[in-house]
Design a protein around this ligand. Sequence first.
Ligand code: DGL
Length: 269
Amino acid sequence: MHDYKNAPLGIFDSGVGGLTVVKEILNRLPCESFVYLGDTGRYPYGPRSADIVRKFALQNARFLMGFGIKVLIVACNTASSVALDELRKWISIPIMGVIEPGAREAVKSTENGRIGIIGTVGTISSKSYQNAISAIEPAIDVFGKACPLFVPLAEEGWLDGEIPELVAHFYLDELLQKDIDTLVLGCTHYPLLKRTITKVIGGKIRVIDSAKSLIGELKKYLTDEKITSNNDDLYARFFVTDAPQRFSRIGTKFLEKKLEKIELIQIEL
Ligand code: DGL
């Protein structure tokens, strides 16, 4: 019989960014095994059309299903924005994305009913966060802003100083004029830039990290369903679709932990 409790979690992202979700798993669910797929060969997803992101997401999910995973976690905000309905048509295990947990936490956080969302072009143009927030509380005003340059800055490790601050002002000044009291980091890479973002927006605006919101909800789900792992024989496997060494180098910065073995796979069927 399939040992469901001790089955691994399956996580995918367009590349290295989803390691911000893995970091939360290691912190808050250290007794879970997991299999991670970074689709580095087709990264980035942010500027691509929703149709192609849906196709990639389904291929990634099918690959992870081969490991008998107990929950599928879509760490990528862009894929979570456009592909969850499609994934649910084909895959019968529980699927969790980052949008709804982030939206729920933002709704709890706001006092003046004005929330800012930052993410990739794909995430912002999908209006996924807006839709999720207005499904909970239609009276809340949501202001989205795509911040595409944050992704390469995070990957280059360019997290503080004049250039990141200038870029942050360029994107965020407009949101500040909207009198928001809550800002959602709607992209895997943005938590790395949190110091700079907070410096630019000031200490009064609450910053929501949707990776953290997701793992909070996942932990509750595993506990409620009584499917937390009780196995000592834990494992973590990392797969990529291109350039494992680059993944390992940049991933070590994202995870703040050395990434040892990265396995290269081919995913186009
Ligand atoms: N992982 C993507 C996201 O969270 C950012 C990188 C990309 O564009 O693929 O939206």
